[in-house]
Ligand binder design. Structure first.
Ligand code: MLT
Length: 322
């Protein structure tokens, strides 16, 4: 019944209607371009579980990793434009990667936006062995290291890598980067002390911070995160103005019928409005997108604005990718 109602709304709202009437008639796959256990994977799985109810078909999550997320995005770009393959991504994969890699696809013209997803500030975290109890002490410790401190990332052009570059700019501290297939595995090495730090998505680190397995120094926002209100902002802690919000979104390949996109958008918005889903995401420190930013057009405009904002800094960093 729900499928019929959704199809009718999609037809009324977006005309056409041929494609949406039968869509979906088999499982839909969300390609997450980072490994399982990281923040992208976590958000995608929470949303996929609830989107099933709206779409009436399985919504599967497939992790396709490598090259800062660009391998997984490329897989989605080259999928049939029928709505059955969705590209999960964020500031790193759908903005920064375009300034770092020769992608073989265009992040704007080869994809169609579906919906903006929750966002979160980044958080500066270190291995527990670092003898610092404040950001100022941590910066002093970093400066005192005989070699460049090691920062984990999800690969060149990933959100954690861009955050690391930004951190270098504002702190004047040179880092060396160890790329992982996602910040899930990077977090494992931070907990075991193999690497020194990550400028990570708050949602990825918050559990380990609460468990006392890593140290947190500040979040890259002007206001504290409600579900982690004991962690100071960078303005309070000593790196004023180091603000970065890692937002995520969903896209489909160019050419996907508009009424199919409308149906995927509706299922996403229903998930974001579900109180149980909101509670899960907000507990991770994620903030819901504004209600007036939930249309496909709003994500498209946002992505373009973020490209204009971030590409100059990323290109100036002259990131070398092998
Ligand atoms: C990133 O750093 O781009 C992401 O946090 C990686 C991930 O979601 O695993």
């Amino acid at each position: 019944m729900r499928k019929i109602i959704l199809a009718a709304i999609a037809v009324l709202a977006f005309g056409g209607g041929g494609a949406a009437q039968s869509f979906p008639s088999r499982p839909v796959t969300i390609i997450v371009p980072f490994s399982a256990g990281g923040p992208s994977d976590a958000m995608a799985r929470i949303l996929a579980e609830r989107m099933k109810a709206s779409l009436g078909e399985q919504v599967l999550v497939e992790n396709v990793t490598g090259a800062g997320g660009s391998v997984g995005v490329g897989r989605a770009v080259r999928s049939p434009p029928d709505g059955y393959t969705i590209s999960f991504g964020h500031l790193g994969t759908h903005v920064a990667n375009g300034a770092v890699y020769k992608l073989g696809y265009d992040l704007v013209t080869d994809l169609e936006p579906v919906a903006l997803l929750p966002s979160n500030p980044m958080i500066i975290v270190s291995k527990k062995a670092v003898p610092a109890t404040s950001l100022k002490e941590f910066l002093a410790w970093l400066k005192a290291q005989p070699a460049a401190p090691i920062a984990g990332t999800a690969g060149a052009g990933s959100g954690s890598h861009i955050a690391g570059l930004y951190f270098e700019n504002v702190s004047g501290i040179k880092l060396q980067y160890v790329p992982y297939r996602g910040t899930g595995p990077a977090m494992n090495d931070l907990v075991s002390g193999q690497i020194d730090m990550i400028v990570d998505q708050t949602s990825n680190s918050i559990g380990q911070v609460r468990a006392g397995n890593i140290r947190a120094y500040a979040i890259t926002a002007s206001k504290r995160v409600e579900s982690a209100s004991d962690i100071p902002t960078v303005d309070e802690a000593g790196l004023p103005g180091f603000h970065m919000t890692l937002w995520s979104g969903l896209w489909v390949p160019k050419g996907t019928p508009k009424d199919v996109i409308a149906k995927l958008n509706m299922a996403t918005v229903e998930a974001l409005n579900d109180p149980a889903v909101r509670k899960q995401l907000e507990n991770l420190g994620l903030q819901m997108p504004p209600k007036d930013k939930l249309t496909p057009e709003a994500l498209g405009a946002w992505q373009k604005a973020e490209i204009a904002k971030w590409w100059p800094m990323i290109k100036a960093a002259n990131v070398k990718v092998d």
